[in-house]
Design a protein. Structure first.
Ligand SMILES: Cc1cc2nc3c(=O)[nH]c(=O)nc-3n(C[C@H](O)[C@H](O)[C@H](O)COP(=O)(O)OP(=O)(O)OC[C@H]3O[C@@H](n4cnc5c(N)ncnc54)[C@H](O)[C@@H]3O)c2cc1C
Length: 431
């Protein structure tokens, strides 16, 4: 029985666990392969406290550089397929979205893009009403700015929106139902052999099982050795630390850096969670990209659950906390974003939540989705004995991990199962 261990319970690790469990089960039911055990190891006591739970949830099909483009398209399509198969609109707020560039200096006097109600040939009055209503819903009508200030930069077929925390919850629940084991809170400490005297015996990974005291201190409550043929490192910004711990003799470490980002979620009376009853097609969400004279680029997303997500204030200087849940938002940064939120959405917006989380950024600007050459792991690490075994990196997704998660999870699973990958990720092998 092959054993896969996934380090990191963020959206990338969960997507990998989901597709690996799904593909393995399908192959198993067709009598093709032996059952596989899959383990997720997550040290943070609060699940989804990282970027995966706090991100905006904007997704795109074709906003990527050439090396990432095939994965971007695959992943975007998988988001739709998954949502259609599992009621994603209701469960994790998956929706089509229209993106806009907003000019905050635009003057009220220069016209409006409000759709006209003129009849096209062969249209009935009620069809015109419906078309006009659909066109109105495509506009970010809830913005308290002149309508013409927002120029569409994508249509609803190529950008989308979801609630990342809810997608993480869905993926984890599906994984558990498929038999994936979650070790939480736990942290991998070292690799070894089942028989220390036999270099060909089963590779084991030792986990420290953790608990948090009332003062917030982490203590080890036990250890657990689990078999490990393939290892997926999906630990976001914590990847360098994970890699150094398990492969202390490796000549180099994945150079994942972190870019902190603040966010605020808001509720506005102008953006309601439910589509108006008289519209037939689902209402799209909206993504608003704008600029601020204070030197940052606010991003504002309307989400299907009825909230608005606002971000854009980032910092490369903030240190990465030991645990994602220990990140604390700076009130001054939140206030800076709220000023924009109130200008765009009205003074009466309700603040639901503010947050701080960390994007895992690769120096190349591209994620790594690849198997690590065994020689890169350093002395003392024997080549895997099992087909598809070895160490895989699924890291460095920067500002696009929500968009790219499903494609990444599928492709890395296919690599482990030694199948052709669903898309070309040859440009994502370097780290
Ligand atoms: C403010 C902000 C807004 C964003 N908005 C969007 C967006 O709209 N659309 C989009 O596509 N992307 C967005 N992103 C990017 C996206 O959130 C990230 O790319 C994505 O969440 C990365 O997922 P991950 O699973 O690689 O990392 P993470 O979410 O960081 O998960 C890594 C996990 O590894 C765990 N871990 C830590 N140490 C260890 C260890 N020793 N062993 C095992 N596990 C460990 C962590 O606790 C964590 O759970 C945004 C990011 C930020 C910061």
């Amino acid at each position: 029985m092959p054993h896969t261990v996934i380090l990191g319970g963020g959206i990338i690790g969960l997507s990998a666990a989901y597709y690996l469990a799904k593909l393995s089960k399908e192959a198993e039911s067709q009598g093709g392969t032996a059952a596989r055990t899959i383990h997720i190891v997550e040290p943070c006591p609060e699940l989804f406290a990282s970027a995966s739970g706090k991100a905006g949830g904007f997704i795109a099909r074709d906003w990527f550089n050439p090396a990432v483009a095939p994965l971007g398209a695959l992943s975007f399509d998988l988001h739709r397929t998954l949502a259609e198969a599992h009621a994603g609109s209701a469960r994790w707020g998956w929706s089509e979205s229209v993106s806009y560039s907003l000019d905050r200096n635009s003057s009220l006097a220069s016209g409006s893009v409000t759709p006209s109600n003129e009849l096209e040939p062969e249209q009935t009055e009620s069809e015109v009403d419906l078309d006009a209503e659909q066109a109105r819903l495509e506009l970010p009508y809830w913005l308290q700015t002149p309508p013409h200030a927002a120029q569409a930069i994508s249509d609803r077929k190529t950008t989308g929106q979801l609630n990342p925390h809810q997608l993480c919850e869905f993926l984890l629940e599906e994984c558990i139902d498929m038999g994936v084991r979650l070790h939480h809170p736990a942290r991998a400490s070292r690799l070894s052999r089942a028989d220390a005297n036999d270099p060909n015996s089963q590779t084991m990974i030792a986990l420290n099982l953790l608990a948090t005291t009332s003062t917030g201190r982490e203590i080890r409550t036990g250890t657990l050795d689990i078999p490990c043929d393939s290892l997926i490192i999906a630990a976001g910004c914590w990847t360098p630390e994970v890699f150094r711990t398990l492969f202390p003799n490796a000549a180099r470490t994945p150079a994942i850096q972190n870019l902190a980002g603040y966010s605020v979620t808001l509720r506005s009376k102008h953006w309601a969670p439910r589509p108006p009853a008289h519209t037939q097609a689902p209402r799209p969400c909206h993504a608003i990209f704008t600029s601020d004279p204070s030197g940052y680029s606010p991003e504002l997303y309307s989400r299907a659950g009825g909230d608005l997500w606002l971000g854009g204030v980032n910092s490369a200087a903030l240190p990465l906390p030991a645990r994602a849940m220990d990140a604390r938002a700076d009130p001054a940064a939140v206030a800076r974003m709220l000023a924009v939120g109130r200008e765009l959405c009205g003074d009466d917006v309700e603040v639901l939540e503010s947050g701080l989380c960390f994007r895992p950024v690769a120096p190349s600007g591209k994620p790594t989705v690849a198997r690590v050459e065994p020689r890169e792991l350093g002395a003392g690490i024997a080549p895997p004995a099992v087909a598809g075994g070895g160490v895989y990196l699924a890291v460095g997704h920067g500002p696009w991990g929500i968009s790219l998660c499903l494609g990444t999870g599928l492709v890395v699973s296919e690599m482990i199962l030694q199948r052709p990958t669903s898309t070309d990720v040859s440009g994502l092998a370097k780290w």
